[in-house]
Design a protein around this ligand. Structure first.
Ligand SMILES: Nc1ncnc2c1ncn2[C@@H]1O[C@H](COP(=O)(O)OP(=O)(O)OP(=O)(O)O)[C@@H](O)[C@H]1O
Length: 268
């Protein structure tokens, strides 16, 4: 990689406004994410977090500006295929679609085709199956390969969906509220999975309502409130009782232990 490529951010946003029904649902002044950098987007319901992610994935477009508001690796009109190859996305939307009796191996191999299972005419090479087996192994769920996905717990399905993204070897993993609906065991494993991927050198972009999801590897947090970037900076500066109370508009107390954060209500 040349020096110029190394310093070009993975994503760059400048003066991006997303308008729906005559209302600005997100405005971002300036934001840049470096290659390999991790960030957590935190904020209340309806703040604009998912819209922010959709700006990056080009599922929504900002208002036109003379200077293009969103750039991917310096390009203002990137190929969608390049973005798709670079990003892996784990969200509850995909989880909701897991309603078919298929072996876990087929679900994971399906990631190579962008389908939920292996397409009828899909020709799965030995290498494809080996990639899928390797992804399952790295996430510590190799023993699930032959299981019917419909028989798994919610937490196991979510990790299978991470493996499904990993077969394409994306440099960036976006986790959109990955722990929603999971019990403590499921949360433990999903958070550990995020740590594994961060340690492999991939960017982890996390969208969450809860500081508990922010793994120690993520140092930067982007707080979003009322369709604006409320703050962008170091976790140690922003995950404080004062800032969280202001972000969520209720009195809250932040705790920290061994790089992990927690949030509880400050009841009088
Ligand atoms: N197509 C649309 N038309 C009108 N309003 C929309 C549309 N899409 C999103 N919104 C509104 O934009 C705001 C931001 O939505 P977004 O999904 O980005 O928030 P979020 O922070 O991800 O919320 P949550 O935490 O609840 O998932 C919300 O108030 C939502 O109702």
């Amino acid at each position: 990689m040349s020096d110029a490529e190394q310093t070009t951010p993975l994503f760059q946003i400048h003066d991006a406004s997303v308008v729906r029904g005559g209302k600005t649902i997100l405005h971002v002044g300036d934001f840049a994410l470096a290659e390999g950098e991790h960030v957590a987007l935190l904020g209340p319901n309806g703040a604009g977090k998912s819209t922010f992610i959709q700006l990056l994935t080009r599922e929504v477009f900002p208002l036109w500006r003379e200077e293009p508001p969103v750039r991917f690796r310096g390009q203002d009109r990137p190929q969608l295929a390049d973005i798709k190859r670079t990003l892996g996305i784990v969200s509850s939307t995909m989880h909701d679609q897991v309603r078919v009796h298929l072996p876990v191996m087929d679900i994971v191999v399906g990631g190579l085709f962008g389908t939920l299972g292996v397409p009828l005419r899909g020709n799965v090479s030995e290498r494809g199956r080996a990639l899928a087996a390797d992804a399952l192994e790295r996430l510590g769920i190799a023993e699930l390969a032959g299981r019917d996905v419909m028989t798994l717990s919610t937490g196991q399905v979510r990790r299978v969906l991470v493996a499904r993204e990993l077969v394409r070897d994306p440099q960036v993993l976006i986790f959109d509220e990955p722990c929603t609906g999971l019990d403590p065991e499921g949360m433990y494993h999903v958070r550990r999975t995020m740590g594994t991927l961060a340690a492999e050198g991939r960017s982890v972009v996390l969208v969450t309502h809860y500081p508990e999801d922010i793994i120690p590897e993520i140092d930067r947090v982007l707080l979003i409130k009322d369709a604006e970037v409320f703050a962008d900076g170091a976790k140690a500066d922003l995950l404080t009782s004062e800032v969280m109370s202001e972000l969520f508009d209720v009195p809250l107390v932040v705790g920290e232990a061994c790089g992990w954060y927690s949030l509880r209500g400050a009841y009088a």
